[in-house]
Structure formats: C-alpha cells, structure tokens
Design a protein around this ligand. Sequence first.
Ligand code: HDE
Length: 694
Amino acid sequence: MKKAKRQSSATTGGGKGGETHQTTVSAKNTLTTNQGVPVSDNQNSLKSGARGPTLLEDFVLREKITHFDHERIPERIVHARGSGAHGYFQPLKNLSRLTKADFLQDPNRRTKVFVRFSTVAGGAGSVDTPRDVRGFAVKFYTEEGNFDLVGNNIPVFFIQDAMKFPDLVHAVKMEPDRGFPQAASAHDNFWDFVSLMPESMHMLMWAMSDRTIPRSLRHIEGFGVHTFRLVNAKDESTFVKFHWRPSVGAASTLWEEAVKIAGADPDFTRRDLWEAIESGDFPEWTLSIQAFDQATADKLDFDILDPTKLIPEEIIPLTPIGRMVLDQNPVNFFAETEQVAFHPGHLVPGIDFTPDPLLQGRLHSYIDTQLSRLGGPNFHEIPINRPVCPMRNFQRDGHMRMQVPPGRVNYEPNSLDPDSPRENHLKGFASFPDPNAGPKLRQRPESFADHYSQARQFWRSMTVPEQGHIVGAFTFELSKVEMLAIRRRMLGHLDLIEPELGARVAAAMNMKGEAEKITPAVAPRDDLDPSPALSLIGKAPATLKGRCVAALVTDGSDAKAVERLRQALSKEGAKLKLIAPKIGKMANGLVPDQTVEGAPSVLFDAVVLLPSEAGAKDLADMAAAINWIRDAFGHLKAIGFNEAAKPLIDKAGVAPNDKLGVISFEASRGLEAFIATAKKHKVWDREKLVQPPR
Ligand code: HDE
C-alpha cells in the first residue's frame, strides 16, 4: 500500500510534494472562502483516506468548483464581443433652452460614463475585425439617474419594426444546422432574408461600405439611430438625432487588411483601445445633435420615426453639445465590460422617446435580456450598473439582492414612515404627451415605404475609392452565397439602388443580365443631393494622431535614424514600434517591440524600412519580411526606406515612387515627405495598381 505524504498549502507549490516555495502568510493575505472562512489547504481536496474518494462534505472544494462552473454567464445574443472603458462627459454649454436634463446644464460639470463598443454577430470569443456593425453604448451616471445612449456606428438600421429583429439576428448569425459561419454576414441565410426585406437596402449600403471595417474603436462615429426628444423645463419638446464624432477622425481598414488582422491579432481593436488609454492617449468624441421641430419634421421627404432613414447634415447641421473622454481602462473585464447592462429605456428627465416602432420594441427587450443574462431583477445593484445618485423605492427581494432595506414599511402610500420615498410631481420623469396614438392595428405607415432613395443618395455621396470598396464588398459577400436565386434577387435590388452599382457587381460576379426584376413599392427618387458628410475618405482629417508606425530594423541599423523617426512621429502624436527578426535587445541598443513573424505590417498604419545592409540580406531570405513589405504596399500604406532596404523592396516588387507613397529617406526631406503621406492614412492613387477597378 502506498504511503501518502501530508502537504500544507503554506509550504508547497501544489505539486506532488516536489517544489516548495515558502510564502509568508499573515491575517492580511490569508486565502478565504466566499464566506470569509480562512482556507488551510488550497492544494488538496478532502478525501476519505489519502487515496480514497473525495467527500461531499468538502465545502471549500465545492464552493470553489461551483463558482468556477458559473464563471461564464450567457453571452449577449447580439453584441456579445465587446470592449469597454470608463471616462467622463462634459457639456460644451448650458442646454437648458432645449432640455432640463441635469447633466446638460453646466459646462463645468463632468458626468462619469462607461462605454462598451461591440461587434454584433459574432460570439464573445470571436475576432475584432469582421465586416460588422459596431455597437457604441454609453452609460451616463448622472445625478438624476443613469442615462444610456445605446447606439451603433451607423445612423440607420436594417429593419423598421421590432417584430423583425429575431429574424434578422437569426439570419445573420451562424446557420443553425452547421454552426458556421461565425461573425460573418457572407452566407445564404443573411442574404436570403435581407433580399426579401427591401427596407434593409439603405443599411446594406452602409454595411458594405468601409464603415463596417473600422481602423479601431477610437476611429468610429456613433449614432443614436432613432429620433429622440429633448424636453425643457417649460415642457417644450425638440426632436433630436444623436451623433458621436471621434476627435482623431473616422477611418477604416481595407477588407484584405481586416481579414489578415483577424489572424495576426484577433484582439486588435480591444488591444488598441486598452493600449491607447494605458499610454495616456485618451480617445475622445464630440457629442452633437441635429435638433428640429415638428414643422421641420413635416417638411422632410421621409418619416422621422423610420429608423432606416437619416437626416443629411446638409439639411439639418450638427450642433456640438458635449465632449466625452475615455481615460480609464476597466479594472476587471468581467465585472464591468461583461456585466454592464444597457437599456434604451434608461432615461432621465429632459430626454424622451418617440414612437419609432423599432425603439419601442427595444424598450421591452433590454430589460428582459438582463434577467436571464445577469440572473435576475437585481442587476442594477452590480457596481457597474449602480446609479451614482441615491436609489430608493419599494422593490424588494429577488435573486441576488444586495441592498438591506431597514424598517417595516415596504409599500406606498403609507402613513407609518413619513420619510419613506414618495413620488415627486415636480422633479420626477414625466413622459412627453405624444400626439401619435390612434386605432389599435398592425400596420406599417405609408410614410415608411421608400426603401431605395437614401440608399442611392449614400452611393452618390461616396468617393471613387469608397464606391469601389462597396462594389467589392457586395461581390465578396454575394459570391459566398450558394443559392443563385438569392444572388439574382440582390442584383435586382442593387439595380434599383443605382443601375451603375448593380451593373458593376453583376460584372464582378460574371452574372451580367441575370438580375431579377424587383418592383419597388415606391420608385426611388433621383433628385436627392449627395451628402458629402456621409463619406469617410472625403472628410478624413490629415493626421497621425493616435496612429502606430512600424520600423523594420536589424542588427547594425542606425539607431540615430530610428530616434529621428521616433521624434518626428511623436510630434505628430503617433507611436513608433520596432520590428526585428528576433525579439532580444540588439547590439546597436535598439529594443524590438515585436518580431517580423509576430507583427505583420497589417497591424500598423505606415511602415519604414531601416535595416543595415547585412540585415537586409537576411531579411530578403525571409518570406515573412517580403510579405511584410508587399502587404504594406498592397494595403496602400506610406512606406519609407533607407538605401540598405533597396534590394528588399526590389524583391518585394515595390518600386520607389514619391507620388505613390514609397519614399526614400536618403532624399532631402524624405522623412517629412513620408510623414505628410502617412498623415493621409492611405495612398488612394496606388489602389488601381493592386486592385483592378471593379
Ligand atoms: Fe440592440 N440589443 N436591439 N440595437 N443593442 C442588445 O441587449 C434589440 C438595436 C445595441 O454593449 C441586447 O443587453 C432589439 C438598434 C447595442 O451591452 C438585446 C432591437 C441599435 C447593444 C437587444 C435592437 C442597437 C445592443 C443584447 C430591435 C442601435 C450592446 C444584450 C427592436 C441604435 C449593448 C443586451 C452592450 C444589445 C435587443 C436594435 C444597439 C437582445 C429587440 C437599432 C450597442 O436586448
């Protein structure tokens, strides 16, 4: 019979009695159970005999394992993958003319916020860069309660009525029999559904545009989507649309980059947000509104309650009202980013809904979802969801109740406790008396029937490269669709949106003349002016702020040249990362951040090649290094290089050309020229060399 050795947790590392690392245990760092009971042994379960069965009585083990079993909660059915950050919001001016919302009165007052960005279709463990809408949800912890602005990075939506949401989400998520594709709309179910839902055409144009492959979460715009109301102290109401604009400008990747980033760094945008905040480069957005009254609403050629429509900024300009800065990473991903519970129905006095039928359905869904996701009706007591102002009412008990309400009274009205909470007619939330009610029916208003005009307007508002990307995206997605009838149906819709778009996608799929003829409920208009504000490239600021440039260096690289580059970039607000064949410190004193194989050029905004002559020779034999350069060229990035790198770029098939952004650092002002090009984000003139026009 084997003999057992007794092991104490303070003297062993958990092995079979081998390694011993002595640690000092005091009252302060004694491990306890969740009940606070000190644990004497965290290595061994309680057994009946050293080699006998484990005892049911081992409450320490059972508590630990039970807790572990429940470490994952049901993930969000949509927007499962998210990244969060804390920060603050500060109004730019007093907004009492429009709203009595307490947090919008004083430009000197900051309101804490928590923001969660997300993708929509993939699971919590999916990659950060699929082609997908990004969620942009902000919780404002105001003195009058929490206000949640639960928006997206696109100002319109796929559907007009909440009734269709489960169908939409079922269609876009993994197909139910096979469990794929994950986080991708490029499959039959999605295109089958949307091709039967003409109301989704406008949103599809946005979904197939560069908006759905953003450069980072710091580079997205945000929208409240629905029309809301602001209500002032005189109970006057103004309609508003909410817009977030990033201070660094909105920017996107190319599709091929997004695909390659997914492999190189599945956490690309989560990491980017985290690192930016850690380094003090705090992401910032301006909150603006489009404010308008009923008379203006009546003059618009679409219904402001229709969430598939936007109001062009050229018709109602944006009024900036505040600024949001994200300056603190979550302390704990699960406790905060995962457990945060947003709800469009979290409103404060001074902000109100409209009867947009999509918004109305959301008001039911979000609270309902939290009940199963967070386990019960007390999710508002989880620290990240708790209001910062006092919360008092007579809701009681339930699963996981944290509050310990004292006293005998748990009802209202009561005469036993004059200090207990009462309704307040003056300060309490009063709903704006909406005039739209009518007979009870299930009907879509006629005013929601034009599904193509704004989709056409979007197409006409794009720059030439953006139009090419839209054609490319439709071609990619529809080429993945196996059922011919679905492709044909979609081509019919694209013809209606804009004949040129339909023809280009049909040609790119080798399906000319195969479009199904679709009869629209309302013929698309031809007279809507383009809205330049809808184009990302058209309004992109020339800046390197918040960007990351990579320099390829080797043993023998000129450390001074690297330092000059670093300083020049830092002046522009950009970071430099050093990429080398090996990770250790080099003889020239340079310390690489990543290796060539670990950090392909898709992870950076622009690249510089600064190898030594000998180093360049070695790199020329590495496929990863040649692809590094080829990809940077193919992805339209500014490329700077020194003399020693010439053979390398030759081998990669990249010719020096200032105009096309392949810039020698040996030329006078080479570094300046490189920076000026990199500030433009992409060298669009190069695109026709790497992608024949579609
Ligand atoms: Fe959501 N949505 N949604 N949605 N949504 C959820 O709520 C829903 C819609 C949006 O980071 C869920 O707590 C319905 C539009 C964001 O935690 C769920 C309808 C917009 C997030 C839900 C919509 C959004 C969600 C899943 C149509 C842009 C992530 C987990 C009637 C304005 C919030 C949860 C976060 C999350 C329902 C349409 C934005 C199931 C029924 C339109 C950013 O309740």
